[in-house]
Design a protein around this ligand. Sequence first.
Ligand SMILES: Nc1ncnc2c1ncn2[C@@H]1O[C@H](COP(=O)(O)OP(=O)(O)OP(=O)(O)O)[C@@H](O)[C@H]1O
Ligand SMILES: [Mg+2]
Length: 618
Amino acid sequence: MAKNTYKQDEELVEAFNIKHLIRASVYIKKYIRVMVLALILSGIGGAFGYLAPLVTKRALDKAVPDKNVRLLMTLAILMACLYLVSVIFTTIRSRIMVNVSQNIIYDIRKDLFGHLQELPFEYYDNRPHGKILIRVVNYVNSVSDMLSNGLINIVLEGFNLVFIIIFMFMADVQLALVVMCGVPFLAVFMFWIKNKQRKAWQAVSNKNSNLNAYLQENIVGAKITQIFAREDENTEIFRELSGDCRKTWHTAVKYSNLVWPGIDSISVFVRAAIFFFGLFIFGNGNKSLGTIVAVSGYASYFWQPIMNLGNIFNNFINNVAYLERIFETIDEPVSVRDAEDAVNMQPVKGDVTFENVFFAYENEEDENGSENNTDNKMGKESGASFGSGVLKRKGGMVLKNVSFKVKAGESVALVGPTGAGKSTIVNLISRFYNVNSGRILIDGQDISKVTLKSLRSQMGIMMQDSFVFSGTVEDNIRYGRLDADAEEIRKAAETVCADEFIGRMKDGYQTEVKERGGTLSEGEKQLLSFARTVLSDPKILILDEATSSIDVRTEKALQTGLDNMLKGRTSFIIAHRLSTIRNCDKIMYIDQGGIVEAGTHDELMAKKGAYYELYMSR
Ligand SMILES: Nc1ncnc2c1ncn2[C@@H]1O[C@H](COP(=O)(O)OP(=O)(O)OP(=O)(O)O)[C@@H](O)[C@H]1O
Ligand SMILES: [Mg+2]
């Protein structure tokens, strides 16, 4: 997805590109046999249905005039059987196709979700999550329907049309030709309306996507909305977006509602023409009543497949655009990924070295650059040019030539003004982003040359907004190490003084916490994530403002736990509360993307530089 906001429509007007359809065939390959079976069943079912008017013809022309009750009864039973077979076959077909389409949905979603999990922070930094959601949910639904039912229906409706025409001509050639005269009118009408309809539904889809993006953002930010009393403004924006949805929907429905009456009118004229020609022009008794009724029956069948084909064609065009969006997401380059010859990082001691590291966030070029538009049109990401090799990022460097060495087991504090680059530095250690140039080494190994899993599994990262999943307290702690038993979990909680508040909860460790931990205080969430990290027993610990929400008393109590936790591990601590970091082995003062000064608390205080200023001003 090109970078985008809820204010921008996604580009869905694509030239019909067969390439995407061919690529999508991998999803139907597995099911092709059952799909052929479904096709045959519906073919037979359909054909049986179409024999019915011929039976009617025979009844009206033979059984009724001859007053042959036996024949009439036989024909009636035959008719019932024809319909029954037709219904049974059609039902089996829909059962099969429901399965196929659900399987296709499952397969595509699996691929999409798998890929979304791998995509780096970079991808999520600047894309409305609501629009990503709509791809995984709505677009996939729609596309799967096209790939399963759509494909079958094309063949089927094609056959239907051929069958109907054959049967109609079998019933009477002249009257069938009368019906065919209606086709040009229908073609013109269909061409006009389908074009309108397609554009209208694309607009609906775009507006829905925008609304979704905005809604998602607002649900997540609901508290902020209320804090800033922004309800009125937000409601206004929502009203507009929602109004857009309604407007586009109305237009789309208006066109859709025109389809049937339009076709019906043509159909009525054609059927009137059949009777007119049948009775008066070719007529004078030449055409039997049965023939006329049969042809008129076929004529009424005739429009359905034509209209269905028009619908399918429309859906195809829409869905190919959706497919393109889905493939675009699947193809989104994982810029942070294992190098081809990546090796597993062996259990580390914890030496961390930065060598002349330069780094810029990718999106800066988009924010002030003009490439955004082309991106959008091409449906390509600027990230596509980022191979695993040299990164070509423009924009301001956030880190400029940062070099430092931390020995295993040392604790390092990063301090400095807001926006200086502290979090950026620690994010790079876990390789959440790739550096632009320079190297980061752990125990002398370049982290870009080892597998991400082996790297990150040795890191314990705690951030300010600790994430809590829905599940029990125990589940949440166990997230750190899935094979931990209850005893180990309790120990971990004790180490970080989390057992006290857990003990006070209704069901203790079995208490259910809601998604995002809405029922826990910030401090409690932080303690939980501490316990989770202790359990995972990482060699390198990163605490980014991780104690900011814990009260001073708990923090003091925690200090012992924290000291225990830090023992024998390399740790990077970012804390605005300077009391937390006084005892660190080393303090680095970061400003404007570089290390301004470094040393122990006492050294820096003696130096009377930036750190001294900061310490004195608190
Ligand atoms: N995902 C991102 N995309 C683009 N720019 C970013 C991103 N994250 C941070 N930045 C920018 O990079 C710079 C450094 O940010 P960073 O988060 O490292 O600061 P920090 O030192 O941790 O600040 P704080 O003390 O406020 O947490 C800031 O100018 C910030 O605006
Ligand atoms: Mg930060």
